[in-house]
Design a protein. Structure first.
Length: 257
């Protein structure tokens, strides 16, 4: 079985977020896909099956299947466009909750994802104790979004991962206004086996509508400030968000099972 490892949201090898991509002729047993993701030991492994003109996609962390993943979708589109003799300009992915579209313009891939509206959340002592810097605001959807005052806060924050894993959220986003871009973020998901995710496309489904309203603008640039750093071009489109970035192939191989 062919496997590709792609660095997403970057144009440089060893940057962005690495994802493993496994094109399939038909679905493997769930347990086997989970074992492959565990063996890959990356934040996400994506599997997809072509169905007519669409591609059904699923995503697995080393610990569990998740409902949505941005960087592994971007990486999957990169594989389809560059290696699978796909000549259209748009890819339609289907997943459990609907459709995702990815279009290509030169070396830029743009993803059409659902917008996630968050609701204000109480700043509890439990949340406050997770951080060495006092948060400014808290919002909740699938993930917990913790807003701070400055890019410096996001760069230097050292969260307590053990305490983060006890919070009622798949992932914890920390975010603040950027110095050179519109906003910056980092993403932690110890409950899913990911202490810190290098670049998290799905988190921007929540980040984009928040910053669009706060900054009163719909087109924005963002950085995720992990050690690998990821650059994202973002657009708020009401019920949908556009998340764009580049991708580069690191490795192509074969899985022997």
């Amino acid at each position: 079985m062919k496997i590709y490892q792609v660095d997403a949201f970057t144009e440089n090898i060893f940057g962005g977020n690495p994802a493993a991509i496994c094109p399939l002729d038909g679905w493997l047993p769930d347990q086997m896909m989970q074992q492959i993701a565990m063996e890959n030991n990356l934040s996400e492994t994506a599997f997809f099956v072509k169905n007519g003109r669409e591609f059904h996609i699923r995503w697995f962390t080393p610990e569990m299947e998740i409902d949505l993943c941005g960087h592994a979708t971007l990486a999957s589109a990169h594989v389809i466009f560059d290696y699978l003799n796909y000549h259209e300009k748009m890819i339609r992915f289907t997943y459990a909750a609907g459709n995702l579209l990815v279009t290509k313009s030169r070396d830029m891939l743009s993803m059409d994802f659902p917008s996630v509206k968050s609701r204000p959340h109480q700043l509890t002592d439990e949340i406050r104790s997770c951080f060495d810097i006092p948060p400014r605001e808290i919002y909740k959807a699938r993930d917990l979004m913790v807003v701070f005052n400055s890019e410096k806060d996001i760069r230097h924050i050292r969260p307590n991962l053990a305490k983060l894993s006890d919070l009622d959220a798949l992932g914890i986003i920390v975010t603040a206004p950027g110095d050179q871009v519109d906003f910056v973020s980092r993403f932690f998901a110890p409950r899913a086996g990911i202490n810190e995710d290098p670049v998290t496309g799905s988190a921007h489904c929540m980040l984009i509508p928040y910053w669009a309203e706060r900054l009163n603008k719909n087109q924005m640039n963002a950085l995720q400030l992990s050690k690998r750093v990821g650059a994202l071009t973002c657009e708020n489109r009401g019920s949908r968000v556009w998340i764009a970035g580049k991708a580069i192939t690191y490795m192509i191989g074969d899985i022997l099972i």
